[in-house]
Design a protein around this ligand. Sequence first.
Ligand SMILES: C[S@@+](CC[C@H](N)C(=O)[O-])C[C@H]1O[C@@H](n2cnc3c(N)ncnc32)[C@H](O)[C@@H]1O
Length: 254
Amino acid sequence: MREVERSRTEPKLFARSLFDDLPDRYDRLAEMLSFGQNRRWRAAMVDAVCRPGITVDKILDVASGTAGVALALARRTNAAVTAVDLTETMLAEGRRRVDAAVEEGRLAPGRIQFTVGDADRLPFPDESFDALTFTYLLRYVERPAATLRELARVLRPGGRIASLEFAVPASAPARYAWRLYTRAVLPTAGYALGGQAWWSVGRFLGPSIDAHYASYPVHEIVAAWEDAGLEAVVTKSMSLGGGLVMSGRKQAPA
Ligand SMILES: C[S@@+](CC[C@H](N)C(=O)[O-])C[C@H]1O[C@@H](n2cnc3c(N)ncnc32)[C@H](O)[C@@H]1O
């Protein structure tokens, strides 16, 4: 598929063009098209960094998009949350949601800051965050191992990191149902609910997930986390394998 090829050869241009048209309905459609699973997966990822008894003052959420994860992190902790994303229109929608939460008294002002930036060259000094999350990012970068090293760079030693990605179910019946859903239902339902832009996303998503794991099977991604200096790496397969939450912590010096 041409879009999958482009997402690999010019990932940043591709990601910006894909996400530029989505912010308006992104949150509603992400929940509807995942039958509410996205919310469960996010909660599991947030749980993995917000552990009882661990105080975090500064959290970075990378590929934050419309700030759904950043808002969840702000609700769960007292930390200052920084939301970074490549696509300005996604972050603008995130800002609008955060402003609405502040106006309605659901969030204290200043809790979430926004920065347009690239996960491959984060505009932050080494070891500047106590915890880090990233969601649906690795299919949009050229070299996931290098991106993971950059994410680990800005995390303090001992700090927790967690990610959420789509995945390909391991069992044959679940994989069959997943292929049917991603190839037939997702583009059609996307079009019906969100028009042309969501048809394009719906068509792209399944082949993109398949191509990603064909190049980077989960055990290689785990190895890339470890090579980046992350330890105690745990994978949690969710919803029959359609979602993958990973977590770990940055090694402290011996
Ligand atoms: C599927 S959205 C996920 C948004 C949000 N994390 C969520 O769960 O709703 C993926 C996001 O990754 C962002 N992205 C892609 N490549 C990126 C990069 N190199 N650096 C930062 N963000 C990137 C896109 O702009 C997009 O907003």
